[in-house]
Design a protein around this ligand. Structure first.
Ligand SMILES: [Zn+2]
Length: 246
C-alpha cells in the first residue's frame, strides 16, 4: 500500500510503550483514521509537534493491511492557545470527543469537520465565552446527527406551541412538549427555545455571535448535555467530559 497525504485534525490519542502514541485523526474526506506515531514523544522527535491534541495538518500516512502509521506531517494549525487555558482546553476536548463518538472510518463528513474546525479556531483565537461556543457546537452537532430538537411545535402532538404560557422539554420526545402531553415535568423557558432556534440559523462562521446570560447558559447546557447522553449513552466519554465542564 502506498503512502497517502491526508488533511486531518488530531481528535484523540493514547500513549503506549515509552515513546509511542496511537492517534485518532478526523479527516473531512476520510472520516476517522486510527494510526500509530512511533517515537513521537521524545523531546527531539520530528513528530512531537504534530501528535498533540487539536493539531490540524497534512499527515503523511503509510498504510499496511489497514494499519496506518504516521511518516510525517506538515502542521497547518496548532490552536496553541487552547493549551494555556483550562476552560478552553476542556471545551475543545469535549468537542473532539463528541466528534470521535460519531465519525466513522472511510466516511466523508465535511459538515462536521467544518463545525469542529471553526469551534477550535474560535475557542483558541477569540474572546468568546468557551461555554457559549460549546453550546453552539452541541446544538449544531445534534442537528447534524439527526437530533434537531422540535422548538415551535409540541414534539408529541405537533401543535404550534408558540402562544402557550407553560412549556416543557422532553429529551425522549426530542424537543418542546405542551402541558397537555406527557412531558416529564422539566419546564423550559421561551427564551431558551428562541435561543436554540436562532443558534441553528447561524452558519459555522457566525457562531461567535452566540452570547448567553448565565441562567440561560445553564438551562441550554443541561438540555443539550441530556440530548448528547440520549444519543451516545450515559457512559460515553464525551458525556462524562460535559459533566466535568458543567
Ligand atoms: Zn402536545
Amino acid at each position: 500500500m502506498p503512502t497517502e497525504c491526508i488533511r486531518a485534525i488530531v481528535t484523540g490519542y493514547a500513549d503506549y510503550r515509552d515513546n509511542d502514541r496511537m492517534l485518532t485523526l478526523f479527516s473531512a474526506e476520510r472520516g476517522r483514521i486510527d494510526c500509530k506515531a512511533r517515537n513521537c514523544r521524545k523531546p527531539t522527535a520530528p513528530l512531537l509537534s504534530c501528535t498533540q491534541p487539536f493539531v490540524f495538518g497534512e499527515f503523511e500516512l503509510f498504510f499496511n493491511n489497514d494499519r496506518a502509521t504516521v511518516n510525517g506531517c506538515e502542521v497547518r494549525e496548532t490552536f496553541y492557545p487552547l493549551r494555556e487555558d483550562v476552560d478552553r482546553f476542556m471545551c475543545a476536548s469535549a468537542a473532539t470527543q463528541l466528534c470521535n463518538a460519531v465519525i466513522e472510518h472511510e466516511s466523508e463528513d465535511r459538515q462536521l469537520f467544518s463545525l469542529l474546525y471553526h469551534i477550535l479556531s474560535f475557542l483558541a483565537y477569540t474572546e468568546s465565552d468557551p461555554r457559549d461556543l460549546l453550546i453552539a457546537f452541541m446544538l449544531h452537532y445534534l442537528d447534524h446527527a439527526g437530533y434537531r430538537p422540535s422548538l415551535t411545535r409540541c414534539a408529541i402532538c405537533r401543535r404550534d406551541v408558540r402562544q402557550d404560557a407553560v412549556l416543557y422539554y422532553s429529551t425522549d420526545a426530542g424537543g418542546v412538549v405542551c402541558a397537555a402531553c406527557p412531558h416529564g415535568g422539566r419546564a423550559v423557558s421561551k427564551i431558551a427555545l428562541e435561543a436554540m432556534r436562532r443558534i441553528l440559523l447561524l452558519s459555522h462562521e457566525e457562531l461567535t455571535r452566540v452570547v448567553l446570560k448565565d441562567e440561560l447558559k445553564r438551562e441550554l447546557y443541561a438540555i443539550l448535555r441530556n440530548s448528547c447522553a440520549k444519543m451516545l449513552g450515559e457512559g460515553d466519554r464525551a458525556v462524562a467530559l460535559l459533566d466535568q465542564i458543567l
